[in-house]
Design a protein around this ligand. Structure first.
Ligand SMILES: Nc1ncnc2c1ncn2[C@@H]1O[C@H](COP(=O)(O)OP(=O)(O)O)[C@@H](O)[C@H]1O
Ligand SMILES: [Mg+2]
Length: 458
């Protein structure tokens, strides 16, 4: 930790002087203030600990304490008071003071208090940082959401994580959390202490992908000057995540299938069969079944992968999860950007829930990130989400009319029912989800003779 800075606030110069002398002697950097106003200004320049007098010429110490804590909750404040009053002490502790000392104080006592306080904060900061970065970075809780669709996916992930059974196929549109699910699966499994390796099949030319995955022998091809271990070997005991498996070339698909069935493989240019124990988790945003029909994906590999399919639902199918996700990202960016946003306005949340989110959670995260960068106050409002029109829902893509046609009345009824269910029969919100006004939705409720089910009654 760099040299801690201590701010000494007292209107009596002699007290400031004696405290500064002692603390500088202890090795701290010391800055002084004689008024509440200077104290706040100095604090804004960055201090770790404040020794704060209770009575100041231009304000009382408790008010200064509050403003310091509001500006930076991590600053440690020790109150100094001339009259030993229990009430004051209690108020100070309630206001977030670390401790208080009565005047006249003993300098040894103050020096000790300062040292302990700084040590405690240092430890507290370290623990917090550790918790944020390491402790269970990918526990199941990291997947935010309570909707039925996501709850099902989470339950499956948990089950699969606990079982040694191998291959898993994650499907879902881009941004629905496939990468996240793969990591959660790995870290929730008994393989957690072993490597998690991932590779994006579409990012590399076939031959390179092959040697990345399976490794190669020296001289296997022009550039192979030395032997190289592949991902499968490096991940032994752990998990290999094959992202965008739908883009894998057919020849490689065959080699992967052989590995999945026999647990053995050969390095490129090698003859020896190598055996490793890895769980393969594959992901795709394509409809593999269609790819199989079109002859682009091997049917046998598809069936081998599809033993344990886990579907990550698109965000628009689980608008109920949007508030929780938004709050999750607000918290995360509060920490990252050192902001103190406490909430989201009702109008902004309405628009967030009505939006179609073609980019799914990734798009939502980016929208919140941008809003958090722009916001000045302690609440996100619709102003920070200019891309979300207030007009109502937008379909992510045009709906293709199926070849066999559809029944428009039935579709309309079904959409109205879904909107009502999703909004707990709140007609205004349901109307919002459909881009209608209240009269228009009432008209449809009557037209379709819809009735609020007893269970949803308030
Ligand atoms: N259920 C979720 N809860 C919290 N964050 C999520 C969730 N699903 C996805 N994310 C976040 O959204 C972003 C996109 O997810 P990602 O796993 O990369 O999607 P995909 O691999 O399907 O494109 C990442 O930042 C991820 O951490
Ligand atoms: Mg991904």
């Amino acid at each position: 930790m760099p040299i801690p800075t201590v701010l000494v606030v007292d209107d009596e110069q002699l007290i400031r002087w004696s405290l500064s002398q002692r603390l500088e002697h202890e090795g701290y950097r010391v800055v002084e203030a004689g008024t509440a106003e200077t104290a706040l200004a100095r604090h804004g320049e960055g201090v770790d600990l404040v020794l704060l007098d209770y009575t100041l010429p231009d304000g009382d110490g408790l008010a200064v304490l509050k403003r310091i804590k509001d500006a930076d909750a991590d600053t440690v404040v020790i109150m100094l008071t001339a009259h030993s009053s229990v009430d004051l002490a209690v108020e100070a502790m309630k206001g977030g003071a670390y401790h208080y000392a009565n005047k006249p104080f003993n300098l040894d006592e103050i020096a000790l208090l300062v040292e302990q306080a700084l040590e405690t904060t240092r430890l507290r900061r370290e623990v917090r940082a550790l918790r944020a970065t390491q402790a269970q970075p990918f526990s199941l809780d990291r997947i935010v959401g309570q909707s039925r669709a996501i709850a099902e996916a989470k339950a499956l992930l948990q089950k699969v994580a606990a079982s040694p059974a191998s291959t898993v196929l994650l499907t879902g549109e881009s941004g629905t959390g496939k990468d996240l699910a793969a990591k959660v699966l790995h870290y929730a499994s008994s393989r957690a202490a072993r490597p998690f390796m991932n590779i994006t099949c579409s990012a590399l030319p076939d031959t390179i992908l092959e040697s990345e995955l399976f490794g190669h022998e020296r001289g296997a091809f022009t550039d192979a000057r030395s032997q190289k271990r592949g991902l499968l070997e490096s991940a032994d005991g752990g998990t290999v995540f094959l992202d965008e498996i739908g883009e894998m070339a057919p020849a490689l698909q065959a080699k992967l299938l052989r590995f999945l069935e026999e647990k053995t493989f050969k390095r490129v240019g090698g003859v020896a069969d190598l055996r490793v124990d890895v769980r393969v988790v594959a992901a795709t945003n394509r409809h593999l079944e269609e790819e199989v029909q079109k002859g682009r994906f091997r049917e046998d590999l598809y069936y081998r992968l599809n033993v344990l399919p886990i579907v990550l639902p698109p965000l628009r199918a689980r608008a109920d999860d949007i508030p929780a996700l938004v709050h999750y990202f607000v918290d995360a960016y509060n920490t990252e950007f050192r902001k103190r946003v406490r909430g989201v306005s009702a109008e902004a949340m309405r628009r967030l829930q009505a939006h179609g989110w073609p980019g799914n959670i990734r798009e939502l995260r980016n929208a919140v990130e941008r809003a958090m960068l722009l916001v000045d106050g302690d609440q996100l409002t619709a102003d920070q989400f200019p891309a979300l029109s207030g007009a109502g829902p937008r379909l992510s893509e045009a709906v293709d009319l199926p070849a066999a046609g559809i029944n428009l009345e039935q579709l309309e009824r079904s959409l109205v029912v879904q909107a009502l269910e999703r909004s707990g029969w709140n007609q205004t919100r349901a109307a919002g989800l459909l881009g209608l006004n209240r009269d228009q939705i009432r008209y449809r409720i009557e037209k379709f003779k819809l009735e609020k089910p007893a269970a949803a009654a308030e």
